[in-house]
Design a protein. Structure first.
Lengths: 175, 565
């Protein structure tokens, strides 16, 4: 079975130690997590993990089962890229004088649909949301001018299909 | 005004009493001292057994849990006390044994400061616990303890570790206790889908060569009667996994033996000839399946399982019946047709005859002046126990002989470290099993290697006067590793030969009656004397040094390529 990129989505209680418990399941199988994002979900006190891994479908099925059986995990899913809407966010910190000296930078910003989030005396910051290839393209364009700092977030995604966690939680609570 | 408040430490004890616990195993130390102080005050209600090493506390708790079906409890201090529990916790996790471990922890204000005997036991135990939690406030104790017991026992059971900071043991709370019966993110028993039961029944009824393999799920869900009824009604040849052993009496006529690496010849070979494979509460461990690529490929697999993560993990199923096994078998039984499967049974009988001729007879009655065999020692124990004893085996050759040849009339009688293969398990586990089932005879079967891994628990046996029977099968080798070295490493016996101490003197040093048998003619009397003893008894049997366990499925081989020699 060939490897593919899978996005694993986990709804869980917001408890100390759960991140460790979930990441341990990947560690156990010697899988490197490509990207990880944890945030609040649409339900109060319920966290949402978005984990991106490169593995086989068989393994991702096993892993999702093993994540889901953790006591504080409510539900886990996996999707391939076509089944989700996903993006990442990146910040570029660049010297302020370049904004005025290198007119090309202004064009790059405009064409890439990125935005300037702050301008200080010494530096300004560009924010770009999008898919990995768009962020990488912007990075490549800005690199020749000198990037002081660059950071990219983990993938965040929502599925195209419904994930009725609220109703699931209700059933679980009523059992 | 009367103060109704109690300390967190007392709350811990009260929680244990609320959960019906009357026996705990442990070892005191700095960070757990407030709890021990309360154990002293509550000693008439809650018996604490002082083991000689914290690993012993976990195995004793496991032995107790496996023999009784109740939750075993082990207590230790922080740091090394806690890390010493890890082997037993990992063993309980992989063998689905309900256990609650309580560890002391440095005070909340010291967490993360590398304080004396501080260790991150939550981090360390996470991969090997069903659940764990660090209590840092006394007020959390009742709710968390209730959750711990609920989680350990429900669904697929497992170990839970609760780490309690010292301040939380000292601080005072108003105590009230409510048992936990549900957790919203945790669904211990999947709802039985009756369409799956119907599909399973249809496959089973239409099968020409159906084959049942049952595992510990039968014991954990207490579905022994349902299993027996299913087997008898359907007439299907039935085999056990090492942890399923004793759920069906070993001499049941439809019981065809053990599957797996050192299981019986017929059940292994015929796994690859059955048309429907019915897996009941077992998880297709690699020691059961051998090479997955050639495992039961011709068969439609029906998997009765409580843990959704086990379905399709190793073997692709045709029908998965997700539920508590007792519930699913109860639903299945009325839909099953009466059958006998006589010619199919004859295939098992033919294979058994081959195994009898080539392996079993020689093992049980060695010829050519060979020394005592492990198999004949187990047979001798059968003779004197009549199959009524609980047998607690360690890990290695003797374990395989015990599981192959032991006779069991009733369930929860075979206690062994299956999934983890923990040497040193048996001696402390036997203590727990005997304390849990004081009216049953408990015999520990241990090799000379494993015995020395937890030999210090002889001290626990001496101090508590628990009348366990200990049989060490001494071949002066780490026999299983030696067997592999002989078969797969050109007899290069790297670090497997053991120069052993005088075990009799050691046992006698602990004031335990002891006897050593070197000659076959003395075995019968010695075993009889051991079994008749009202006190604990240590029997060392010098066995043939270089015997091997057969049949054997070499690693990576197919079940049907099982070797008889």
């Amino acid at each position: 079975m060939e490897n593919k990129i899978f996005t694993i989505s986990v709804y869980s209680e917001n408890n100390v130690g759960l991140l460790n418990r979930i990441s341990g399941i990947f560690l156990k199988r010697h899988i490197n997590i490509l990207s990880l994002n944890v945030s609040e979900s649409e339900i109060e006190n319920v966290s949402r993990f978005i984990i991106v891994v490169d593995t086989t479908e068989k393994w991702v099925q096993n892993i999702v089962g093993q994540i889901e059986k953790q006591i504080e995990v409510i539900k886990a899913f996996y999707h391939i890229d076509e089944e989700t809407i996903f993006l990442e966010n990146a910040l570029f910190k660049i010297q302020s004088n370049l904004l005025f000296d290198e007119r090309e930078i202004q064009n790059i910003i405009k064409e890439s649909h990125s935005e300037i989030v702050t301008v200080a005396r010494d530096f300004f910051v560009i924010s770009k949301s999008g898919q990995r290839n768009e962020i990488e393209a912007l990075y490549d364009k800005l690199k020749p001018f000198g990037i002081m700092q660059f950071v990219r977030s983990g993938r965040i995604s929502v599925s195209k299909e419904k994930m009725e966690i609220s109703s699931l939680l209700e059933t679980l609570s009523n059992q | 005004m009367k103060n109704n408040k109690i300390s967190g430490a007392e709350a811990v004890i009260r929680c244990l009493l609320e959960e019906g616990v009357d026996l705990v195993y442990g070892y005191p130390g700095g960070a757990i001292m407030p709890v021990y102080d309360e154990l002293y005050k509550f000693q008439d209600q809650l018996h604490h057994v002082l083991v000689r090493h914290e690993q012993g506390a976990t195995h004793a708790a496991q032995g107790f849990a496996r023999a009784t079906g109740k939750v075993g409890v082990a207590i230790a201090t922080s740091g090394p006390g806690a890390t010493n529990l890890v082997t037993g916790i990992a063993d309980a996790q992989i063998d689905s044994t309900p256990m609650v471990c309580i560890t002391g922890q440095v005070g909340k204000h010291l967490l993360g400061s590398d304080a004396f005997q501080e260790t991150d036991i939550i981090g360390i135990s996470t991969p090997v616990t069903k659940w764990n939690y660090q209590i840092t406030e006394a007020s959390e104790i009742p709710e968390i303890m209730a959750k711990a017991f609920f989680i350990a026992k429900s669904g697929r059971p497992g170990p839970v570790l609760i780490d309690i900071t010292k301040n939380a043991q000292f601080d005072e709370i108003e105590f009230s206790y409510k048992k936990c019966t549900s957790i919203r993110s945790y669904n211990p028993k999947p709802t039985l889908d009756f369409t799956k039961v119907n599909e399973a029944a249809a496959l089973i009824n239409a099968a020409k060569k159906p084959f049942i393999i049952f595992g510990q799920g039968v014991i954990l869900s207490e579905a022994e009667a349902e299993l027996k009824e299913l087997v008898e009604k359907s007439g299907i040849p039935t085999a056990w996994t090492i942890l399923g052993l004793s759920a069906l009496p070993t001499d049941h006529p439809l019981n065809v033996g053990m599957v797996g690496m050192h299981g019986n010849y017929g059940p292994n070979v015929l796994t690859n000839e059955c048309d429907v494979l019915i897996a009941l509460g077992m998880r297709f461990d690699d020691r059961v399946t051998g090479n997955l690529a050639t495992y039961a490929k011709q068969a439609k697999v029906i998997h009765f399982e409580i843990d959704p993560a086990e379905v399709d993990k190793n073997v692709k199923t045709e029908v998965a019946v997700l539920a508590d096994l007792k519930e699913s078998l109860t639903a299945l039984l009325p839909k099953i047709n009466n059958n006998k499967h006589e010619s199919w049974h004859n295939e098992f009988k033919e294979k058994y005859q081959i195994e009898l001729d080539q392996v079993i007879n020689e093992e049980l009655k060695p010829t050519n002046g060979k020394g005592i065999s492990m198999g004949e020692t187990i047979e001798m124990i059968n003779k004197h126990s009549n199959g009524d004893a609980i047998m607690v085996s360690d890990v290695g050759q003797h374990q395989m002989f015990a599981c192959r040849y032991a006779k069991f009339n009733s369930t929860k009688s075979n206690v062994t470290s299956g999934g983890l293969g923990t040497m040193g398990f048996a001696l402390p586990a036997a203590i727990g099993a005997k304390m849990g089932m004081p009216n049953r005879e408990v015999v520990a079967i241990i090799g000379d290697g494993g015995f020395q891994m937890t030999i210090q628990e002889l001290g626990t046996i001496f101090q508590t006067k628990v009348p366990v029977k200990i049989v060490v099968l001494n071949n002066e080798f780490l026999g299983m590793v030696r067997q592999w070295q002989q078969l797969f490493f050109d007899k290069r016996y790297a670090s497997t030969e053991m120069i052993n101490p005088n075990f009799i003197a050691i046992a006698e040093g602990y004031y335990i009656k002891a006897k050593k048998v070197t000659k076959r003619e003395d075995l019968d009397t010695a075993v009889a004397e051991m079994m008749a003893s009202k006190e604990s008894y240590f029997l060392e049997v010098m066995v043939e040094k270089e015997n091997n366990v057969f049949p054997m499925i070499p690693t990576g081989a197919s079940v049907s390529d099982i070797r008889l020699s």
